[in-house]
Design a protein around this ligand. Sequence first.
Ligand code: AP5
Ligand code: MG
Length: 231
Amino acid sequence: MAIFLVLLGPPGVGKGTQAERLAEESGLPHVSSGDLFREAIKAQTPLGREAQTYIDRGELVPDKVTIAMVAERLNKPDCAEGAILDGFPRTIEQAKALDDVLAQRNASVTLVPYISSATETLLQRLGGRWTCRDCQAVYHVLWNPPSEPGKCDVCGGELYQRPDDTPETHRKRIEVYLEQTAPLIEYYRQRGLLVEINGEADIEGVYADLLAAVRHIGDKKPASSEEPCYA
Ligand code: AP5
Ligand code: MG
């Protein structure tokens, strides 16, 4: 059975950081709508140019183009066994579209880890973030610094601060999250898919909770066994 995890949570809570680690551990691809948009912007494709205007303002890119982009990504062969979705879905319409895309291949969303944090924590994390220009790996000046300043540990690429990492855009993105994305918490809770993760812990602590939740996909026992069910 293919496994599709949806990492849900506000901007800066650590979805990308955790998805990357989980992808490495599970072998499933990390599918981040934000990363896909940034790649399109870098390549200056028509999609990239359209997305940029919304991203710069901290608004959501329209559902139609976002859904088409992610659906295309999920239909690539490396997603045959599943994927770790980060930043998608972000609206109820996107969630319904994801259900449809997966249903067409007899699959469905397996689990939705919802990582939450106080707004102050989000702002501190976003304010100190540096991202790799080449592979999009994420660092933090205090909590996850690279070994060498300005250089990516993974690929040696140059680190930069995302253009949408400004205090104004941070606040706007959090506002947009509360209005348009937070309703997904209930959407997935009602379907019995939501598992809440305390995002206030450090990166290791959040990862440990996430792993405990993911290891028990498919069984209803309490999170105590060491056996990863996706291995
Ligand atoms: P996107 O790239 O998805 O941005 P986001 O949701 O705003 O989330 P971030 O990437 O800012 O945060 P994150 O949760 O991944 O945290 P991270 O791991 O980096 O989207 C950007 C834009 O694209 C959107 O505004 C929108 O315009 C558009 N878009 C994307 N998807 C869309 C969609 N589906 N529909 C429509 N539009 C869409 O961590 C943050 C920092 O904290 C890092 O520095 C990290 O090192 C640090 N950190 C992480 N965890 C911890 C921890 N536990 N303790 C201490 N530090 C930590
Ligand atoms: Mg991210």
